[in-house]
Design a protein around this ligand. Structure first.
Ligand SMILES: [Zn+2]
Length: 534
């Protein structure tokens, strides 16, 4: 029997990581992403892998986003020496993304260490360093999509366009067992139909097992044209007040889509005559990679190129790579559009722009991407009156525009339509979604297609049988043998932490540090606990 263990992006949207064990004992991985969004989630990055990285010879990487690729340097540091099979643009994007992620890890560890020193505590080491990231890059093994390869005897694979970001792939896997082959498909992150720049997701017709993402499994996006209109409104709103438009952007794909739309506004004469800053060294590098990889564009983007234009350019666009250039943006009064990372406002230059502008009536913040629980971006979207930036409370007086239609993920309809292509009746596992989204989506798949659907939990181990029994109602899925132990240990740790918190509150040590934010977080933890208990 083939075993698949869901070691990440199960019951959550980050940390994508699946371990596949073939009957002959071979182990391969699909994705190796970073857990993001709050301390509880990020702690998972430090836990045991659930396998030994030395045993893995092949890692299939669906795309470059850090929640799919961000633990690769740690995997290499911990002993992985195999090949990372991925598309050529993903390999190129990964090189800049992993180095950037290492830098973020180093900065975080440094900040934490400084904080610890003030409390006479020890040094904190980063999850991985720039050297680790550099060392991991040589394991990237680019393979063009649409070809069947056999990276290991008994395991065949093919990457297909997932239409999510440049180079993003669906993974088709054929695993041999007793002269029979099981086909497992991982959707990866699926783009929506008619997304900018990239082609629509490839239609897949057969599989025995399908692992499908569900980021927006319970939601519908607003029509794209409405979103563009809203974006224009946000720009005009702040221009009329002489204030800035801040766009927290994900460096890869979303940024290029924003530039693409601004370019379109410019060609249509709709863009006011104000500076547009791309204020993110990472996004600048990513945009260069997009400019180079024209052969992966869809027809519309190609048509712009054919007319002699660059889809990501306009006359007022300035790339502010240096820190001084970035700082100068807030020294100049007047309107401007500032695109800065990161997309969930948890790090990067956007935090400086928020500090300078979030409290200014007339300014605007345009949310164009998914905001995970626990992030500053999520708090802003949910209407927080204040958020904490660099340890300081900042009032939210800027107008918040949440524009869902720019998502690089398909919504419920897009995902259902894609599943509808399957002519075989695969057993479906719904992953890569917050629990409520995955559960709701699973129910709809079941009702609409009469397929057997399951939402695996984090660390759940699934048994996949050969084709002829694949359609049977599954028996109870196997659990990780150490789940109870892990849970018990976590509870013990939690008890200690709660006790420490109680003492500190009582001793009034935290009087200055306790914020509304902290209370929100605590309430969130409490709700999660109640969900576990119910
Ligand atoms: Zn993604």
């Amino acid at each position: 029997m083939i075993k698949v263990t869901c070691l990440g992006a199960a019951g959550s949207v980050t940390g994508s990581n699946y371990l596949i064990e073939s009957p002959s004992g071979k182990k391969v991985l699909v994705d190796c992403g970073l857990f993001q969004g709050g301390k509880l989630m990020e702690n998972r990055n430090w836990q045991d892998w659930g396998f030994h990285p030395k045993e893995i010879e092949t890692l299939f990487l669906t795309h470059a986003h850090i929640d799919h690729s961000g633990r690769i340097p740690k995997l290499v540091k911990d002993g992985f020496h195999g090949q990372i099979i991925t598309s050529p643009p993903t390999a190129e994007l990964c090189q800049i993304m992993l180095l950037d992620s290492a830098h973020v890890q180093e900065m975080d560890a440094e900040w934490q260490t400084r904080k610890n020193r003030r409390q006479a505590k020890g040094e904190i080491l980063p999850l991985y360093t720039t050297e680790d990231a550099e060392a991991s890059i040589k394991y990237l093994h680019p393979v063009e999509r649409d070809r069947i390869i056999e990276p290991e005897p008994g395991i065949k694979a093919r990457l297909r366009n997932a239409g999510h970001i440049l180079g993003s792939s669906i993974l088709e896997l054929w695993i041999e067992e007793n002269n029979e082959s099981i086909k497992v498909v991982f959707s990866g992150d699926l783009g929506k139909r008619s997304q900018l720049i990239v082609k629509d997701p490839h239609e897949v017709f057969d599989a025995d097992y399908l692992f499908i993402e569900s980021t927006y499994g319970n939601r519908l996006h607003r029509p794209f044209e409405d979103s563009k209109q809203e974006f224009l409104e946000a720009i005009n709103y702040s221009v009329s007040h002489g204030e800035k438009v801040m766009i927290p952007a994900f460096a890869v794909e979303r940024t290029q889509e924003i530039l693409y739309i601004l370019g379109e506004f410019h060609r249509q004469g709709l863009l006011p005559d104000i500076p547009v800053y791309l204020d993110s060294p990472l996004a600048i590098k990513a945009t260069e990679i997009f400019r180079k990889n024209k052969k992966y564009y869809d027809e519309e983007a190609q048509a712009i190129v054919d007319k002699g234009s660059d889809p990501f350019d306009m006359p007022n666009l300035q790339f502010t790579e240096k820190t001084e250039e970035s700082k100068a943006i807030n020294e100049k009064p007047g309107s401007a559009i500032v695109i800065a990372g990161n997309g969930m406002c948890t790090a990067g230059r956007i935090k400086h722009h928020l500090k300078h502008n979030l409290w200014r009536p007339g300014a605007s913040i345009v949310i164009v991407g998914f905001q995970a629980q626990g992030t500053t971006g999520r708090k802003i979207v949910e209407g927080a009156k204040q958020v904490k930036i660099f340890g300081e409370r900042v009032s939210v007086k800027a107008k918040v525009f949440t524009i869902g239609g720019f998502s690089a993920h398909g919504d419920q309809n897009d995902l259902l339509e894609w599943i509808g292509n399957f002519e075989s009746k695969p057993r479906v596992f719904v992953v890569h979604g917050e629990a409520t989204a995955s559960e709701a989506f699973a129910k709809i798949i079941q009702e609409r297609f009469n397929l057997s659907v399951h939402v695996p939990k984090w660390k759940e181990r699934l048994g996949l049988k050969p084709r002829e029994v694949a359609y049977e109602e599954p028996r109870e899925p196997e659990r990780m043998p150490d789940l109870e132990t892990t849970m018990l240990n976590t509870v013990i740790d939690l008890e200690k932490e709660l006790k420490a918190l109680k003492q500190r509150i009582k001793a009034k040590e935290m009087q200055r540090a306790v914020e509304e934010d902290d209370l929100d977080r605590l309430k969130f933890v409490q709700e999660e606990l109640q969900a576990i208990l119910s």
